[in-house]
Ligand binder design. Sequence first.
Ligand SMILES: [Zn+2]
Length: 457
Amino acid sequence: MKESIYCKSPIVIQTILVSIYGYKIDKIRHGKQYKKILNIINKRLHFSSAELEAFQNKSFRNLVRLCAENVPYYKKIFRKKGVVVNNLKTIDDLQRIPLLEKAELRKNSEIFINDNYKKNNLLKIHTTGTTGTPLNIYCNSYVRQTNYAFYNRFLHHAGIDYRKSRATFGGRITVPISQQKPPFWRHSYFQKNLLFSSYHLRVETIESYIEKLFQYRPHYIDSYPSSIDAIAKYAKEHAINLKGITKGITTSAETLFDDQRMIIEETFGVPVIDQYGAAEMCVFIGQCTQGQYHVHTDYAIVEFLREDGSPAMAGEEAEVVCTGLINPIMPLIRYRIGDKVIVSDEKCTCGCAFPVIKKIIGREDDVILTPEGNRIGRLSPVLKGFPVKEAQYLQDKIHAVTLRIVPDNGYSADTEQKLVLELRKRLGEKIEIHIKQAERIERGTGGKMKTVISTLT
Ligand SMILES: [Zn+2]
């Protein structure tokens, strides 16, 4: 249905439409094969490291064979680069296959479709990603069910039952953008999901969100970090006690920063369980009950690489390079997804052998360029301890950067001076630093909050 017709319908009709849509996608996500898939993948939670390694190697051999025989892009690239499939035996042989750039995939995603499938019969997942460039990912119902089985395995592993009620703060437009008054949510009845609009969340409206949460009391909340963080900050500031309102909070789609996690956990009194994935279905990293970020190695083969392409060691910052294992319809090998993490060699005490990483850093392109030629990323910690609710860096020329901030109580001219001093330490002396106050930071594609907006290349 057209968005314009939806937006003009009365709320009760919108609720029915949201529920019907929810019913349909739920049928796809948790269809006939779902339970069987879940049973199979649940067993792998108890695999030893050796068993996981054997599983990955076998999956890798199947994947490259399939690519060489049925995927136009890989047929060509293997021939061109002299990649002999019979020589690819373990995941250590991945390095023989060239990296796949995002731009290459976006240029012509259809040559990545397995010949055995007819495009018209496939499900199309449309994604814009944080860069705003659209991309279609093709799959079928079985792949979708597999994907959601993995997601629900992760929830279950973290102590959350996906079948119970939830509240979602995400990027779907379920409330017309022009709407000024509550309700800023719609109930998807069959999914037991109250969909809150991230787009309408601002100081003047937050209280209505909180009231609704008190009334609804969801089993868990699934949110963009920036949305639930805004609610937590407001509640703290107004001494509203949110403890006991929900049993768990999961976050995804944006990088969760330490100070956000702290305030959300403090205000809601439950741990935040963060998950990192992609619409391309080629990586799955999720926190367990112990708070560790596990790389689900039966979902994808994930490499953590240094700038020179060699594998990173524990403690190092690394680029995430993904080889998905669950979508044989559009397989991606060594896909440069554009995010960074800090690698770890720790073992988790939760009993699961999936390797762990220390931290997700996030977008690689979230950097400021300085006149000295430096690329400065990870600027969020700069604001730690400052009375600032939200912030965003804007750069459209090399010699200047603007920091837009939503001030919190106690913000003054003195704060700005100290902020500039703090930023100087990282950005150097040459760049002009402008600070602009704003009432709100506008959300970008899919309602996501972007930390850095740069038009420099
Ligand atoms: Zn664990």
